[in-house]
Every structure is written in structure tokens, then in C-alpha cells.
Design a protein around this ligand. Structure first.
Ligand SMILES: [Zn+2]
Length: 189
């Protein structure tokens, strides 16, 4: 952490996090951030589920997450990160995903031509136990989908094909064209 303002236009070291005690603000990459307990995310998930039922709650978390994901990519672009290839995407995932505490994020496949991505992560914020029957990372999957949408410049959908919340070794989402994702959902065992 540094106490003075940093204008270095790079992603990576958390040395870019600026704590302004006088103003009560945190910022990184020239934008304001917030450090919140993960249990606050859980409270939001629980409240949405109680009030609207699991299907609508899932959709809310996913759509809100998408907005956040787009913001992360705009942030990367703002500080001058070109997103031209696989290694650029992995770098953004490592700095804005992993280092921001979302979990350990790994890009498995990122196909610029087919507008398709496969992203894996461990220790996602929505995983509270390993005993669920369905995937639980709706918020995180939304963040990833929104980020990929922003990179490809088109509307996409996704499915979490593996989730630690139901005992899998890792979480993994497939992000792609809506019709591709629908086809995947229909043909899944
Ligand atoms: Zn998951």
C-alpha cells in the first residue's frame, strides 16, 4: 500500500492501492474501491433468495455481476492495458480477479475468433460449503461473463459447468454466444 497518489498506469502490484484516511476512501487504478466482508455478499445472496426465490435471485446476482465485470475491463483499458491475446486476458484475471480477492482465477481457453471462453477459479466468494446440489457462483460467473462481453464487444451468456460449492475440485464457467450456451445446457447430462 502507498499513502501518496500513484499515477503509474499498470496493473498488478497492490502497491497501487491508495488509502486516504482523511477522506475515508480507497482507490486503485484511479477508481474508488471498497473492502467489504465476504459475509456481506452472502447476506445479499440470502436476502435475494428469501425475497424472490432461487431462480430470480440467481438472475439478479448474475446480471449485477455482469455490470461489475464490464467495469473491471474498462478499468484495465483505462490504464492502458491492450487486450489482444490470451496472455493479456490472463494478466487482467490475475491482477483484477485474483489479487482483488475473488479467488484464484485461471483462463483455460480464450478464443477471440469464436467468442468463447473457459475460465476456472478456486476459492470463489459464494462457496460456503461443498455440499450443494447445484453450482453457487452466480455473482462471480456474472462478473466473468460481463468481463468477457466487454472484451468481445457483444452480448454473451454462460454456464458454470463445475463448482466447488457442489464438491467439484474447482469452479469453471463456459462463456459464449447465447445460442451456443443454450445448446450446451440442453445437451448436458
Ligand atoms: Zn462455483
Amino acid at each position: 500500500m502507498s499513502s501518496k497518489k500513484s499515477k503509474r498506469g499498470r496493473l498488478g502490484a497492490r502497491g497501487d492501492l491508495v488509502v486516504d484516511e482523511k477522506q475515508g476512501t480507497l482507490s486503485a487504478y484511479g477508481e474508488r474501491f471498497l473492502l467489504i466482508p465476504v459475509k456481506l455478499i452472502h447476506a445479499i445472496e440470502d436476502r435475494l433468495t428469501e425475497s424472490f426465490g432461487p431462480i430470480t435471485a440467481t438472475s439478479f446476482q448474475y446480471e449485477i455481476g455482469k455490470e461489475g465485470g464490464a467495469q473491471y475491463v474498462r478499468l484495465a483499458q483505462k490504464v492502458g492495458i491492450g487486450i489482444k491475446g490470451f496472455s493479456d486476458v490472463q494478466r487482467i484475471a490475475s491482477s483484477l480477479g485474483t489479487l482483488d480477492g475473488w479467488g484464484k482465477v485461471e483462463i483455460v481457453d480464450f478464443d477471440f475468433a469464436k467468442k468463447f471462453a473457459r475460465i476456472r477459479w478456486k476459492n470463489g466468494v459464494s462457496v460456503r460449503n461443498r455440499k450443494g446440489k447445484t453450482a453457487v457462483c452466480h455473482f462471480g460467473r456474472g462478473v466473468l461473463t460481463g468481463a468477457v462481453e466487454e472484451i468481445f464487444g457483444r452480448r454473451l451468456e454462460s454456464i458454470e459447468v463445475s463448482c466447488q460449492g457442489k464438491g467439484d475440485r474447482f469452479c469453471e464457467a463456459v462463456v459464449g454466444e447465447p445460442k451456443e450456451i443454450s445448446r450446451l445446457i440442453e445437451t448436458r447430462p
